[in-house]
Design a protein around this ligand. Structure first.
Ligand SMILES: NC(=O)c1ccc[n+]([C@@H]2O[C@H](COP(=O)([O-])OP(=O)(O)OC[C@H]3O[C@@H](n4cnc5c(N)ncnc54)[C@H](O)[C@@H]3O)[C@@H](O)[C@H]2O)c1
Ligand SMILES: [Zn+2]
Length: 345
């Protein structure tokens, strides 16, 4: 958490960036076409000499081809080992920029300036970097901490509502595994504001879990709540013409997994009801077709956290508390999907 700093206004973030960049031989800013248009103008004046590297936006460009562009630009502008890369963007830019910087000349420093809620509350925190490869997400990558993570909610004003809600799912997940009071604030606030208070608590929780267990041997697994089912839904939808954003799938995953926990007698019915009420209020949870339920059962068997054929899930056993490595059978998943559907009026 020591490398994460929060700014309520862009001016202070600019000053901090200027100060940090002064210690390097050259500064490069990585962005995509959206962050170049909407976010770069907010900080360009602070770093007039920085070189801009632009890659195309979207998960499909989180790949070696984009790294090629980054490495080519660094090489072409004679970046040495004292050069700095600033990753200005969402989770794709942070993950990929962190990876490209970590490999260039065996590693140059990078700073994340996350510009989506998801990147602020999740992707920029915890030191995981990487790219997709051969249709596998985050197949190539490494752990390397950012020299700094500078978070300012002012960037969120240009982000569309759908992307904001996708990030909100991860914020709620962090609250659900670790902070009952923060979850209650979400329950009680009819209209949420995506402000520093909301983000900072999520960041604190993510950092706490990631720092205590960097290699995901024990407690970091809790961050996967909602993700066994959520990833299965996300993968299935990717093959259809109605793909979901990551957070949208995770919101559905958290709902189904709350029902799994309830029906395993891990989670009290009253708590499961509260989780579902918030998820229904904030997300447009869609009904799962029978074909989709079958796909979820199959795809969840391929989750990285499984041991052998047994599905191992991180679940909540109360609001603000988690259990990891819970063995869950196919029938329990199928039934929970049906209960999930029954809850959609
Ligand atoms: N490293 C980790 O621990 C970790 C954790 C969670 C997710 N991730 C990764 O994060 C990625 C998803 O991140 P994401 O949801 O931020 O998606 P993203 O980076 O693709 O950004 C979403 C879209 O918003 C645009 N955008 C970004 N900031 C904007 C702004 N301020 N205004 C207008 N448009 C803006 C982007 O150009 C893009 O089109 C995935 O690749 C996922 O694997 C990593
Ligand atoms: Zn996630």
């Amino acid at each position: 958490m020591s490398n994460v700093k929060f700014y309520s206004e862009i001016k202070s973030l600019q000053q901090q960036l200027q100060q940090l960049a002064a210690g390097y031989s050259a500064t490069f800013i990585l962005c995509d076409e959206h962050t170049e248009e909407h976010c770069l103008p907010l900080m360009r004046d602070a770093l007039p000499d920085a070189f801009i590297i632009r890659v195309r936006s979207g998960e499909q460009y989180k790949n070696l081809g984009s790294c090629d562009i980054i490495w080519f630009a660094l090489t072409h502008h004679h970046a040495d080992r004292r050069a700095l890369l600033i990753n200005l963007g969402g989770g794709v830019i942070c993950d990929m920029g962190g990876f490209a910087a970590s490999c260039y000349k065996r590693g140059i420093d990078f700073i994340h300036v996350p510009t989506t809620l998801l990147a602020m509350a999740d992707a920029s925190i915890g030191g995981k970097t990487g790219i997709d490869f051969d249709h596998y997400k985050n197949q190539i990558g490494l752990f390397r901490p950012a020299a700094a993570v500078l978070i300012c909610p002012a960037f969120l004003t240009t982000l569309d509502q759908r992307q904001l809600r996708s990030g909100l799912a991860e914020v709620i997940k962090h609250y659900l595994i670790a902070d009952a009071a923060a979850f209650r604030r979400v329950e009680q606030n009819e209209k949420l504001s995506y402000d520093l208070a909301l983000i900072a608590r999520a960041v604190q929780i993510k950092s706490q879990f990631a720092e205590a267990d960097p290699d995901e041997q024990h407690i970091r697994k809790a961050l996967n709540y909602g993700h066994t089912i959520g990833h299965a839904i996300e993968s299935h939808r990717l093959r259809t013409d109605v793909p979901l954003l990551h957070g949208e799938a995770i919101a559905m995953g958290m709902a189904v997994e709350a029902l799994i926990a309830q029906h395993m007698d891990l989670l009290a019915e009253a708590d499961a009801d509260r989780v579902l009420a918030v998820l229904h209020r904030l997300f447009d949870l869609p009904v799962l077709s029978m074909e989709e339920i079958a796909a979820i059962v199959t795809l969840s068997a391929q989750d990285k956290k499984n041991t052998g054929a047994t599905r191992r899930m991180a679940l909540i056993d109360a609001i603000g508390s988690y259990v990891t490595d819970v063995a869950v059978g196919e029938e329990q998943i199928r039934e929970a999907c049906i209960w999930y559907n029954n809850g959609i009026s």
